[in-house]
Design a protein around this ligand. Structure first.
Ligand SMILES: NC(=O)c1ccc[n+]([C@@H]2O[C@H](COP(=O)([O-])OP(=O)(O)OC[C@H]3O[C@@H](n4cnc5c(N)ncnc54)[C@H](OP(=O)(O)O)[C@@H]3O)[C@@H](O)[C@H]2O)c1
Length: 305
């Protein structure tokens, strides 16, 4: 598996992350086979959140991964916090409580990476800084980042927080590529020109913050998978054609399309199917040409001005 540094840090990570949001749907033996398959593929970076299955996904992972202290450093564990039922919460107290909960469920004494899950309207950056300092000083969290944030929100945090923000996990797939399309359509009257995220893609590139695209196979907000979906005939035709040229599956091309972007993104895979996981990991070995990348982009309906 190809690796890269996460953000500005010295943490080397595989270029794809294994998302664990759906892990509770596997029983323990299936989860064991799934985690073992990921490790076989070199995909040893696992993305969690305290809210996935209300904690059940972290617990299932711990049951499946059998992380003895001597094996703990063979995996990279990321979790997220800051979402509570009916509210977002970046208070010091909640962040500390949430991390302790994740550590307990994961059966570990440290997270490699902690992300703040979704912007809290009531955020007090100084409180976040206190929480991060507390967690870093006690060795409970080694690296920090955010999710679903725009540049000014990151700037606001960065003003108080002492650790670099290494990652921003954002919704991004071929069919949800507004952050890419806005740059291509800048200075036009095309609907795609509208800036919904404060140019987060350029900001992350400028600051060497790794974008982790979540839901790389979904269209809309978890509405379904665009692959083999009759709603996306041109896109599927293009994916099948490009896949055949590379001798891989369209699943591989979906991830290769994200990896081809020079921002050095780390897609967060959501499949719980071992064969699909293998196909996604294979994307690390496939480099799309510029023409192939744009063919897929245009087939998803994005205009070139
Ligand atoms: N930061 C955030 O706000 C946020 C939000 C959502 C998710 N996430 C993270 O992102 C990860 C991925 O999200 P996601 O699960 O929505 O991602 P996804 O990879 O887009 O979707 C995976 C789902 O699509 C299904 N699927 C059907 N055909 C597929 C195919 N050909 N290839 C791949 N999947 C196919 C999978 O079923 P099978 O299991 O049967 O393959 C699975 O149910 C999550 O696990 C989580 O870690 C983060």
């Amino acid at each position: 598996m190809r690796t890269m540094a996460l953000g500005n840090s010295d943490l080397m990570v595989p270029v794809v992350a294994v998302g664990c949001m759906r892990l509770r749907h596997l029983d323990k033996p299936a989860a064991e086979r799934f985690v073992a398959e990921a490790l076989d593929q070199g995909a040893n970076f696992f993305d969690h959140a305290d809210i996935y299955g209300a904690g059940a996904c972290e617990e299932r992972f711990a049951e499946a991964a059998h992380l003895s202290p001597s094996r703990r450093d063979t995996v990279i564990l990321q979790s997220k916090c800051g979402i509570r039922p009916g509210a977002y919460d970046f208070s010091r107290e909640h962040i500390l409580e949430a991390v302790d909960g994740s550590l307990k469920r994961l059966g570990t004494d440290y997270l490699d990476v902690l992300l703040l899950h979704r912007p809290d309207a009531l955020v007090e950056p100084e409180e976040v800084a206190e929480a991060f300092d507390h967690l870093a000083a006690r060795g409970k969290v080694r690296h920090f980042g955010v999710s679903n944030m725009k540049p000014m929100q990151m700037e606001l945090l960065a003003q108080s927080v002492h650790q670099p923000l290494v990652a921003n996990q954002l919704q991004l797939s071929i069919t949800n590529a507004a952050m890419i399309a806005q740059g291509v359509n800048v200075n036009t009257l095309n609907a795609e020109a509208s800036d919904r995220d404060g140019s987060v893609l350029d900001y992350c590139r400028l600051h060497h913050i790794t974008i982790q695209p979540w839901s790389p196979f979904q269209y809309g907000f978890f509405e379904g998978v665009f692959l083999d979906n009759p709603k996306f005939p041109a896109l599927n035709e293009a994916l099948v054609r490009v896949a055949a040229d590379h001798g891989v599956s369209p699943t591989t091309i979906v991830i290769a399309w994200l990896l081809r972007h020079p921002a050095h993104m780390q897609p967060v895979l959501g499949t719980m199917n071992r064969e699909r996981l293998r196909q996604c990991c294979q994307a690390a070995e496939v480099t799309l040409t510029r023409e192939e990348w744009y063919t897929v982009y245009r087939a998803a309906g994005y205009p070139l001005p």
